[in-house]
Design a protein around this ligand. Structure first.
Ligand code: G16
Length: 560
């Protein structure tokens, strides 16, 4: 690093000193905390984004968002050249620089890392970073701070893409690095054209009941509702009404949004028994999660939740069907490519969902919570579908499979144009364009769900009846230090503190079909508890007992 660069970094970093006593870690989805203490972190992540771009010689994304967290929180995360999450080998460096106590320590950490990673940091290489933010009030000023971090690296250029959903920014980064068109209107065009292609390929006779036609969407008072308003008028054959679009004075994620709906099992603000039986969906604050639900006619009851597991199951059924149509057509063809289809879940997946997917004959694998883990695993297949129960997920297609599919479609269109096999190939190609392959995306996921329901001629009730969820309950417990809880085996076993897992096992043994696990949250300062059992009462009771164990071993009373 030359002197000029060093003094640029020192000067810029001295403007954003870290908040005393704050130690942050690049968690499940980047850094998250109360927005008031994030300036120094965001500035340093700006520097990190520039270094990542120099190292990969590709466009990198930086998103300012705290997704499902409360409105006063904010966060920052990096999108890698593929559009996916920051490579996990860089996370320790992210932690080190975020927690460096002064500009001098920060610069020596950078110097050391640049040398170790062999990053071209001599001012002769350029770096490019796309910046986005959600609608949080703190977003605009934090994004300016990120720009200052980026500008303190010579040769680095920041492009402010404005207010975006998180998945839009990831999509743009992926598109830019593939040399494709990458503006917001390109994103909308791709979604709209592939959706309309799927709608055009719906088999005759699978028309849905007209009264089922309307979709009510809860926009979480965030950016997703705003973007959905833009595209909904251009969707042929689908009527969407957006509630909680942020313009009516509601607060982001407060009593609204996918996280609230999925965890509390109640209808979001604005939804009542007048919506009973209608197909409803909910996005989270930055539109990277999607769940569906049915409001009960009796306002005191819980909603019927159609969660990420059911979305995964719907996608899996559809894709499996299309692959078998293609296979039948292929009997006559020369090339019999056997696509490997796999699904990825986490410990939060309802036991009934996993059983259902296995009964379909699918390969099901588990990873810890966090899209970065699921995504990596799904990329091992020709078609990998991953979903967390909370509504985060997408479908990945291998380049090799897509190449084969394109070729097969061309061949079929010359020998049997309009055949069922060719339609199946076209549908799969359309799915690969509609679904956001960079990261889970509530908007593109919603359009795919809608197109598949039309294709099947299914109502939300029929979809929901694919299998019946085992009753479950989620709780969160405030603890002294959540990092003291260490888990293994895709978060199903607690390895530390000693004795916790044995105590949980003893509780589980008391319940028929009982299952429970705990894990430290990566986005909030809590330990999460999940429990499942044969009745709701039993699941609630198991969750409460396990929460009491967490409190006993890790809670504030344990430290006295
Ligand atoms: C983020 C991650 C998700 C993960 C969630 C879990 O979601 O992107 O993959 O499921 O955190 O949060 P926690 O670790 O607190 O349970 P989001 O929507 O907040 O970005």
């Amino acid at each position: 690093m030359n002197e000029e660069q060093r003094s640029l970094l020192l000067k810029s970093a001295s403007l954003f000193p870290p908040s005393p006593g704050v130690k942050l870690s690049y968690g499940t989805a980047g850094f998250r905390a109360d927005a008031s203490i994030l300036q120094s972190t965001v500035h340093r992540v700006g520097i990190l984004a520039a270094l990542r771009s120099l190292k990969t010689q590709s466009v990198i994304g930086l998103m300012v968002t705290a997704s499902h967290n409360k409105v006063t929180d904010n966060g920052v995360k990096i999108a890698d050249p593929s559009g996916g999450m920051l490579s996990q080998d860089w996370e320790p460096f992210a932690d080190h620089i975020a927690n460096a106590r002064d500009p001098e320590t920060l610069v020596s950490l950078i110097e050391e890392f640049v040398k170790k990673e062999n990053i071209p940091f001599d001012g002769t290489h350029s770096a490019e970073i796309l910046l986005g933010r959600d609608t949080r009030p703190s977003g605009e000023s934090l994004l300016e701070v990120a720009k200052q971090g980026i500008n303190s690296v010579s040769g680095a250029v920041a492009h402010d893409m404005g207010i975006l959903t998180t998945p839009q920014l990831h999509w743009m980064v992926r598109a830019r690095n593939k040399g494709l068109k990458a503006t917001e209107s390109d994103y909308f065009d791709q979604l709209l054209s592939s959706f309309s292609c799927l709608m055009d390929l719906i088999p005759d006779g699978s028309k849905i009941n007209e009264s089922e036609d309307k979709l009510m969407v809860d926009g979480a008072n965030g950016v997703g509702g705003e973007k959905l308003e833009i595209i909904k008028t251009k969707l042929n054959g689908l009527v969407i009404e957006v509630y909680n679009d942020g313009k009516g004075g509601g607060v982001l994620n407060e009593g609204v949004g996918a996280d609230f709906v999925q965890k509390d099992r109640v209808a979001p603000h604005g939804f009542s028994s007048i919506h009973a039986g209608i197909r409803c969906a909910s996005l989270d604050g930055d539109a990277d999660r999607l769940v569906y639900f049915i409001v009960p006619s009796n306002s005191s009851s819980k909603i019927d939740l159609v969660d990420g597991d059911k979305i995964l199951s719907l996608f899996a059924v559809f894709i499996k069907d299309q692959l078998s149509i293609l296979d039948e057509g292929d009997m006559k063809g020369k090339d019999n490519y056997k696509a490997r289809l796999g699904v990825v879940q986490t410990a939060y997946a309802n036991g009934a969902a996993t059983d259902y997917l296995k009964q379909l004959g699918l390969e099901v694998v588990f990873t810890p919570t966090g899209v970065k883990y699921l995504h990596e695993q799904a990329a091992q297949y020709d078609i990998g579908i991953y979903f967390e129960a909370n509504g985060h997920g997408t479908i990945l297609f291998s380049d090799q499979f897509l190449c084969w599919l394109e070729a097969r479609n061309n061949e079929l269109s010359s020998i049997s144009k309009g055949s069922e096999a060719q339609k199946a190939a076209l549908r799969l190609l359309a799915v690969s364009k509609l679904i956001n392959q960079a990261v889970g995306d509530a908007l593109s996921g919603l359009l795919l769900v809608e197109a598949i329901l039309r294709h099947m001629g299914w109502s939300i009730h029929k979809w929901n009846a694919l299998y019946q969820d085992l009753p479950s309950k989620q709780l969160k417990v405030k603890v002294v230090d959540r990092t003291a809880c260490v888990t293994a085996n895709a978060e199903t076993v607690v390895v530390s503190p000693p004795g916790v897992q044995e105590a949980i096992n003893a509780e589980i043994a008391k319940y028929h079909q009982g299952r429970s696990f705990i894990r430290p949250s990566g986005t909030e300062d809590v330990i999460r508890v999940y429990a499942e059992a044969s009745t709701q009462e039993a699941a609630d009771s198991l969750a409460n007992s396990v929460a009491a164990i967490v409190d006993r071993f890790l809670g504030f009373s344990s430290s006295q």
